[in-house]
Design a protein around this ligand. Structure first.
Ligand code: GAR
Length: 202
C-alpha cells in the first residue's frame, strides 16, 4: 500500500512511520507534503529519500485550490492512503472526496474531547486526570471522523503541556504505525449497522 503523509511540524510521527512501517509488509511512503516550506518533516523525508513538497498558502488562490494541487500531486505519486501526522490545516471536502475513507489523522486527546488546535492545553485547562491519543478517519468536521485506535494514560497531576506531550508522543508513535499496518492488511472496516464504529480484525 502506497502511503502519503501530510505534516506541518517537527515530524516525529512521520519519523515513526519511516522507522516502523516504510518498506515492510508491502507498505511504502511515496510522498510527504507540508503547508510549511521550513517544516523539519520535509527534511526527514529528504533524508529518507522520499519525494517531499511544500504547498504554502501564498502559492494558491484559496484553500480548495491548494488542496486540489496537493491531491493531484499525491495521486501522481500513487498514494492510496493519506496520513495526517501533525498537519495543522483543515482539508476541504474536495480533497477528502479524492481519497474516500482513506485519510487518517493522529490527535493528542481522547476524542470527542478536545478537538482542534491546542488539544493538550484544552485538556489541562479543563482539569482532566486522564489524557490520551486518538487515531481516526478524517471527515469534513474538526477531528470528528470515526475512531480507529485510542489509548489513555493517567496523569493526575499534569500541569504543563510539554510534560503531557512527552508522555503522549511515544503512544502516538505506536498507534499511528499500527493503524497504517492494520489498514494495509485489510483489517479495518466499518460496522454496517453503525458506520461510525470501526471494526478491527486482529
Ligand atoms: C502530534 O502530537 C499530533 O498529535 C498533533 O501534532 C503533533 C505533531 O507532532 N496533531 C494535532 O494536534 C492535530 N489536531 P510531530 O510533528 O512531532 O509528529
Amino acid at each position: 500500500m502506497n502511503v502519503a503523509v501530510l505534516a506541518s511540524g517537527t515530524g516525529t510521527n512521520l519519523q515513526a512511520l519511516f522507522d516502523h512501517v516504510h518498506g515492510s509488509e508491502g507498505i511504502s511512503i511515496v510522498a510527504v507534503a507540508s503547508d510549511k516550506p521550513d517544516a523539519p518533516a520535509l527534511e526527514r523525508a529528504r533524508v529518507a529519500r522520499v519525494p517531499a513538497r511544500a504547498f504554502p498558502a501564498e502559492g494558491f488562490p484559496d484553500r480548495s485550490g491548494r488542496d486540489l494541487a496537493i491531491a493531484d500531486w499525491l495521486t501522481s505519486q500513487g498514494a492510496e492512503l493519506v496520513v495526517l501526522a501533525g498537519y495543522m490545516q483543515l482539508l476541504s471536502e474536495e480533497f477528502l472526496a479524492r481519497f474516500p475513507d482513506r485519510v487518517i489523522n493522529v490527535h493528542p486527546a481522547l476524542l470527542p474531547a478536545f478537538p482542534g488546535l491546542a488539544a493538550v492545553e484544552q485538556a489541562i485547562s479543563y482539569g482532566v486526570k486522564v489524557f490520551g491519543v486518538t487515531v481516526h478517519f478524517v471527515d469534513g468536521g474538526v477531528d470528528s471522523g470515526p475512531v480507529i485506535l485510542q489509548r489513555a494514560i493517567e496523569l493526575p497531576s499534569a500541569r504543563e503541556p510539554a510534560e503531557v506531550l512527552e508522555r503522549l508522543h511515544p503512544i502516538e508513535h505506536e498507534l499511528l504505525p499500527e493503524a497504517v499496518r492494520l489498514i494495509a492488511r485489510g483489517a479495518v472496516s466499518f460496522d454496517p449497522a453503525n458506520p461510525r464504529r470501526v471494526v478491527i480484525e486482529r
